[in-house]
Write a protein that binds this ligand. Structure first.
Ligand SMILES: *[C@@H]1O[C@H](CO)[C@@H](O)[C@H](O)[C@H]1NC(C)=O
Ligand SMILES: *[C@@H]1O[C@H](CO)[C@@H](O)[C@H](O)[C@H]1NC(C)=O
Length: 301
């Protein structure tokens, strides 16, 4: 059998097609978001279809909210820790014993607030690559709100409500005993290093018939709500001692003013009186002088 050049080319082409074809795969994972409870360990599922081995491939896990760095990299049969986002240090791993059957799922331990986001599982072979993106939502139920009394403020009583350890960011509301929203100050929101939220909010309340006030923290996405009620004794609102002190001060002030005016008036009067006296004396003196002059004239005559 004669082997032509064309036959040769066909064999080479078939070989190339075959090798390229054998590398082809799809990367798959869950289409629904994964809801992770803070503090738990979770698995981000990702696998190859067909279930060929990923042992010789590069497996990259990325959090798309972070432009720099990776969550995890497996390459040349090794774990690469350069460029790892600091938040993930010591918390990520692959199931290396599962790689041979195309299982490239990521294990993430001690979930924290900063873990929420979109994760890309990117797998690259010599001549083929594919990826799949998974959404992770983090749920953290924080502390029961703590209410404290701050004292008299702008004609009412100042209260403060604080809560921490939430994800996502919760909402604080102040209510009176009838459940009516009270207008409160702007909420102060802080995020700690692990990405959990702490919120506090001031309010100034006026005396009511019950003097009961409630601080409620709520997070609708994770469907959580907690409340703390405070009862203020009405004596707290009682400003009588202050009012008495004010009145006494006013009276003292008035007395001082009246006293001072009297003193000034008296002094002025006295001055006028003295001036009159001295004028009179001067006049008398003048008269005497005149008389004396007359007498002298008479005498000289
Ligand atoms: C790969 O998938 C096939 C079915 O699609 C299954 O029969 C086989 O056991 C799987 N192999 C491994 C190693 O999981
Ligand atoms: C991958 O391996 C992990 C750990 O054994 C397992 O929980 C998970 O179900 C596996 N995923 C697939 C797609 O086989």
């Amino acid at each position: 059998m004669k082997v032509t050049q064309l036959d040769c080319l066909c064999v080479i082409l078939l070989y190339l097609l075959h090798t390229a074809g054998s590398e082809k795969f799809e990367v798959l994972g869950p289409t629904d978001p994964i809801v992770a409870v803070a503090g738990d360990d979770i698995i981000l599922p990702c696998y190859l279809k067909p279930n060929i081995s990923a042992e010789d491939m590069t497996v990259d896990w990325l959090n798309l909210d972070f432009l720099d760095g990776r969550v995890f990299r497996y390459q040349n049969h090794r774990i690469i820790r350069d460029d790892q986002i600091p938040y993930y240090r010591g918390r990520t791993s692959l199931f290396e014993e599962e790689l041979w059957r195309g299982n490239t799922s990521l294990k993430l331990t001690r979930v924290q607030g900063t873990d929420e986001g979109h994760y890309k599982c990117f797998i690259k072979a010599k001549s083929w690559y594919d990826d799949f993106t998974i959404q992770v939502l983090v749920k953290a139920v924080g502390s029961k709100p703590v209410v404290s009394i701050e004292g008299h403020r702008e004609g009412g009583m100042g209260l403060l409500c604080e809560t921490e350890g939430w994800h996502p960011e919760p909402e604080l509301v102040w209510l009176d005993s009838k459940g009516v929203h009270l207008s409160a100050g702007r909420p102060e929101i802080h995020r700690d290093l692990d990405g959990f939220y702490r919120v506090k909010q001031h309010v100034i309340v006026q005396e009511t018939d019950t003097n009961r006030f409630t601080c409620r923290v709520q997070q609708s996405r994770i469907n959580e709500k907690m409340e703390t009620e405070i009862h203020l004794p009405s004596e707290l609102f009682d400003t009588t001692p202050w009012r008495m002190a004010f009145i006494v001060l006013c009276c003292l002030g008035a007395i001082a003013v009246i006293g001072l005016s009297l003193a000034i008036y008296y002094m002025c009067n006295k001055k006028v009186h003295l001036k009159k006296e001295s004028d009179e004396l001067w006049e008398q003196n003048h008269e005497l002088c005149e008389q004396k002059y007359d007498r002298t004239e008479e005498l000289s005559k």
